[in-house]
Design a protein. Structure first.
Length: 619
């Protein structure tokens, strides 16, 4: 057994003292690296790192030299010019001249004297003594500018020489590193040979040691004995996992997670959901909360066929051609067969024509003859939401519209409140529906009401109620048509409608609303009607609403429930102080009653149906 131990010891010494052994096991490789100046910096030789840094420094030095030489050449080129005028103009192209106070003052003096010399030469002649003195002063200033440019040129020349010296120094250092790198590469070849020899010796030593261990194990095999002391028995209860502990931890974690998720939703829910939010955030009254109403299609309506003519471009409106022709023919017949009937009588309670009794109707203009309804222009109803306040007078929606009317009447106790405008911060929040429902409710109760579409950018209300109108508000303001020729009437509610026909995009719509013609029209409507309901454009996209401050008595601001951000509404109202100062109230539209009951229990669907149904109100 002594011989194998000695052999193993000898192999171990050979492996440690071999010429290719690493620095951790032998000094041969370390000595060779120190002798040949081989320094490893994290997998990269120091010479290679210095070579890369000097190469980058040489590129920057060459760029600086080229830039300094370009500046020096430019100044020298300007100084060599013979033409003084061209030299004076090129002085501004030198970078340092723009920041030089001396050149700046000289240029300003030169320009002032040049202006005076031109003026005096024109007045007193080119050879006048004052003009000659001014030209001499201009020449002296140009010489001073040349002297300053020469000083700048000397500075550029000094910068160029310094940059050139730096470039030469970096170039010399790079050449030295390159020559030293060649020697280091040669030394690395020998180092790799030493490392390969060391690995070979190490593999041989490992192989001999493995064979020695195998021979030792083959000499004798140990004999092991095992005995059964006790018999294993099944446990009475499980040791892991702890059911009660896991369930308690899960319950606590679930409650914390639910609470955190609820708080996150509460903080991120930056929309209006209750009237108290409106009063706290906007400092305004919430006069109504309108529920979201979905109008069911009328199953008794005629089905569209080949003979159907859509005379209303709104949703779900198809009238048969026969019924439409009978309506138009009847309107024309009643217009031309009753000469003593005025337009005021034709349109119910609009009260537009104030002609004397028995006077003939005014002639219809050429623009009015182009309308489909050239006689009494009647609004053709459909199954859309615009007539929900009339079709369902005992619904929650209609009751909320009545609340808006009461708020308008109470607002009118302190001051005149005939002209009421409806607007919102963003499109598609329901302002058109609210303005139409309010006008229908007022007219249906017996008051004289007119509905105006003043959204000159997107007259959606005109496309819904009078899609075939060819003249409207713009024609009245331009004097091409009268009020009697463009208004339409709803036969059911007797509400008068003034459409807005936009044949091309209007660029200066705010100027139109702020014009004297618009003010005159609104004054005329105040005398004729009890209420003037105006459908305006939204506040955020356009500025048209700001131009109506001197036309409107009060504003109704519509906010889409649970959708419009609070920040958007606050910004829109703060930017239009005229609207906020004359604000009648805020209307939350499209409210989900089932979800609203979570925030205000008395507005819930169950509470409403249980108590309000006794008075005949239904949804």
């Amino acid at each position: 057994m002594a011989r194998p131990s000695m052999w193993t010891h000898t192999l171990d010494n050979v492996g440690r003292s071999g010429p290719g052994r690493r620095s951790t096991s032998g000094p041969a490789e370390v000595d060779y690296k120190q002798k040949n100046n081989i320094i490893d910096t994290g997998g990269r030789l120091l010479n290679e790192q210095q070579l890369a840094e000097l190469n980058s420094a040489l590129i920057l030095a060459r760029a600086g030299t080229a830039e300094a030489k370009a500046r020096m050449d430019r100044v020298q080129q300007i100084l060599q010019k013979e033409n003084q005028s061209s030299k004076f103009e090129d002085t501004a192209t030198v970078t340092d001249s723009l920041h030089d106070d001396v050149i700046t003052r000289l240029r300003q003096q030169y320009l002032d004297i040049a202006a005076r010399e031109s003026d005096w030469s024109t007045r007193y002649g080119h050879d006048h003594l004052a003009a000659v003195n001014l030209r001499n002063q201009m020449a002296e200033i140009r010489r001073s500018i040349d002297d300053e440019l020469r000083r700048i040129a000397e500075t550029y020349k000094s910068d160029y020489e310094i940059a050139k010296s730096r470039e030469d120094a970096v170039q010399r250092g790079l050449n030295d590193i390159v020559s030293q790198s060649n020697d280091t590469n040669q030394a690395q070849i020998t180092l790799r040979e030493l490392d390969s020899t060391a690995q070979s010796y190490r593999a041989m030593a490992d192989n001999f040691l493995q064979q020695y261990m195998m021979s030792v194990q083959q000499q004798s095999f140990p004999i092991t004995e095992s005995r059964l002391i006790t018999k294993a028995t099944p446990p009475l209860q499980k040791s892991h996992p702890k059911t009660l502990l896991v369930m308690a931890a899960a319950a606590v974690g679930g409650m914390l997670l639910a609470f955190g998720f609820g708080m996150l939703r509460e903080f991120s829910d930056r929309v209006f959901r209750t009237g108290r939010q409106v009063e706290d955030d906007l400092q305004a009254d919430c006069i109504a909360i309108l529920p979201a109403v979905h109008v069911a299609p009328n199953r008794n309506a005629p089905v569209a066929g080949k003979g159907d003519v859509p005379i209303f471009n709104g949703p779900r409106t198809i009238v048969r051609a026969e019924r439409y022709l009978r309506h138009v023919i009847g309107s024309l017949f009643s217009r031309f067969t009753e000469p003593g009937r005025t337009n005021s009588g034709t349109r119910g309670s609009s009260g537009v024509n104030k002609s004397s009794k028995g006077a003939a109707s005014p002639p219809v203009s050429a623009a009015g003859m182009n309308d489909v309804h050239s006689g009494p222009r009647m609004i053709v109803r459909d199954q859309s939401l615009l007539w929900h306040v009339i079709d369902s007078p005992f619904s929650r929606f209609s009751e909320s519209i009545r609340g808006i009317k009461i708020a308008a009447d109470l607002f009118g106790v302190s001051k005149s409140n005939k002209v009421i405008a409806v607007t919102s911060s963003l499109p598609n929040e329901g302002k058109t529906t609210v303005s139409t429902a309010l006008a229908q409710l007022i007219a249906h109760s017996g008051s004289r009401a007119i509905l105006l579409d003043c959204d000159l950018r997107n007259p959606e209300l005109s496309r819904e109620l009078a899609p075939n109108a060819s003249i409207g508000l713009l024609e009245i303001l331009s004097g091409k048509a009268s009020l009697e020729e463009v208004t339409w009437t709803d036969p059911a509610t007797k509400v008068t409608f003034l459409p807005c026909v936009v044949k091309s995009r209007v660029a200066h719509s705010s100027e139109i609303l702020a014009s004297a013609a618009t003010k005159k029209l609104f004054d005329q409507l105040r005398e004729i009607y009890d209420y003037v309901i105006v459908d305006l454009s939204p506040l955020a996209p356009v500025v048209d609403v700001r131009a109506t401050a001197n036309l409107v008595d009060s504003y109704i601001f519509v906010i889409e429930w649970g959708r419009t951000k609070i920040d958007v509404v606050e910004h829109a109202l703060s930017a239009t102080r005229g609207v906020y100062d004359n604000l009648l109230g805020v209307v939350l539209n499209k409210a989900d009653i089932n979800v609203l009951s979570r925030y205000e229990s008395y507005r819930g669907k169950y509470y409403y149906n249980r108590y309000y149904a006794r008075y005949g109100y239904t949804d």
